[in-house]
Design a protein around this ligand. Structure first.
Ligand SMILES: [Cu+2]
Length: 454
């Protein structure tokens, strides 16, 4: 049996579950994450200057049991204030890693102690949650990301091996995008991509044997880009989204994964060869977004075959039953606010930019339907901190049985989600594209006595 170090220390020292603040830093943390600038070599002679946790991208895989308190020290060796956000965890705002919710910043050359009870079970992650603005070497543009797997949840299916894949883009820059010859806004673009810190072909392949079944845990840590992935010669059986098992596991040939999202999928290794698991976009794949899958006893150049076209549809993994009527429907309208030619667009929620946005007001234990109405020409992966929600309508398609903490609202479409307000305290709601959240696309969900959202 694994030693519960904190419980042991508490018993020995005669302290309660929460030691007095003054003594707190004297005890060792269970986990220490050190933020520091580094260079990672994503391919031979292709070195990237960035900031990571514990010297590597992704940071250490935190595999912790649901319900057992953990103490994590975050040491900041950089010269700017930082924050580590524990994405998808239902924890208090003071430790969630959001300045807007009241979590203290980790000072430059200082440290912060986070203590919380990891829950719910499933695939979560951690990442920097600071403002970047037009400095594309901060926040989620950096390599400050890691997997946080909370164990004790439902089995996703027997697998012979587990593979964790973190997608990222490097050396981001702002570039005009829009109608040729017309007005154009600036968007983030990337010179290089990698899977787990290696460009396609530069790292070790995923080694498999014929007849095996692999469970892929895939995370998109990219600051702004949605990726579409395929594994040549194979199909994915999607079993969980954002760490929550789906009602109807289903086979697909293409996975679409937005910033902040996680997909878990089983793959039957029944096509011996050397294959590319990579982005379906040729330029993105050729600049690094991919990894080789190599069967035992096979060699030669890795093969890519374009997958059959396929539309990604969250509702395919749900079930057709209806969900209960909520206590209240809360409409949230997303619009772009053109800031000028060759400037970054600003974004509004119900007509206002953060920090002037109206809060989403809820009562403890109330049942709410958030109605996302995207009146812009971009898709937005919106994320609610400290809670999860069930998808109940996606672009007109009713659904239930798909629970997530990030959902892509397609351009000019509506998505409805339902949630129980059961984790009091301020909870940040924002687009997970860093360029959008930094330019207005953010508000707070607040618990109060109000019965209306106005
Ligand atoms: Cu957005």
């Amino acid at each position: 049996m694994e030693l519960d170090r904190r419980a042991f220390l508490s018993a020995v020292a005669g302290l309660g579950a929460l030691p007095r603040p003054g003594r707190d830093q004297e005890t060792a943390a269970d986990i220490t994450l050190t933020i520091a600038e580094t260079e990672i070599e994503i391919a031979p002679k292709r070195r990237i200057k960035t900031t990571v946790y514990n010297g590597a991208f992704p940071g250490p895989l935190l595999r912790l049991p649901e319900g057992r308190p953990v103490t994590i020290d975050v040491v900041n060796q950089t010269s700017i204030p930082e924050l580590a956000h524990w994405h998808g965890l239902f924890i208090p705002p003071e430790v969630d890693g959001s300045m807007e919710e009241g979590t203290p910043m980790v000072p430059p050359h200082g440290r912060s102690r986070y203590r919380f009870v990891p829950r719910p079970a499933g695939l979560r992650w951690y990442h920097s949650h600071i403002f970047a603005g037009r400095d594309l070497h901060r926040g989620t543009y950096t390599g400050q990301s890691g997997f946080f797997l909370i164990t004790g949840g439902p089995d996703l299916g027997a697998a012979d091996q587990e593979v964790f894949l973190a997608l990222h883009g490097w050396d981001a820059y702002l570039t005009p995008m829009g109608a040729a010859g017309g007005d154009s806004s600036l968007e983030a673009a990337y010179d290089w991509f990698s899977v787990n810190g290696h460009a396609l072909g530069a790292g070790d392949p995923i080694r498999v044997k014929q007849g095996q079944r692999a469970l892929f845990h895939i995370l998109n840590t990219n600051a702004t880009l949605i990726h579409r992935l395929a594994l040549a010669g194979h199909r994915f059986r999607v079993v969980a989204l954002d760490g929550f098992p789906v009602a109807t596991p289903k086979e697909v040939s293409i996975l679409e994964i937005a910033p902040g999202e996680r997909i878990e999928a089983l793959v039957e290794m029944n096509q011996p060869g050397v294959w590319i698991l990579g982005d379906t976009d040729d330029r993105t794949r050729k600049t690094g977004m991919g990894i080789v899958v190599e069967y035992a006893g096979r060699s030669g150049p890795p093969q890519w075959t374009p997958p059959e076209p396929q539309v990604w549809d969250y509702t395919a993994f749900g079930r057709p039953t209806s969900v209960p009527e909520p206590d209240e429907r809360i409409p949230l309208v997303f619009r772009a606010k053109w800031a000028g030619n060759r400037w970054v667009d600003h974004w509004t929620i119900n007509g206002k930019e953060f920090p002037k946005t109206d809060p989403i007001l809820v009562r403890h234990q109330g049942l709410y339907r958030l109605v996302f109405d995207n009146q812009s020409d971009d898709a937005h992966p919106v994320h609610l901190h400290r809670h999860a929600f069930e998808l109940v309508k996606v672009a007109g398609q009713p659904s239930s049985g798909v629970t997530k903490d990030v959902v892509v609202v397609p351009a000019r479409k509506q998505v409805e989600v339902q949630l129980r307000a059961d984790n009091p305290g301020p909870s940040l709601f924002h687009c997970h594209m860093q360029l959008h959240m930094d330019h207005g696309f953010m508000t707070l969900m607040q618990y109060g006595d109000q019965t209306s959202n106005k």
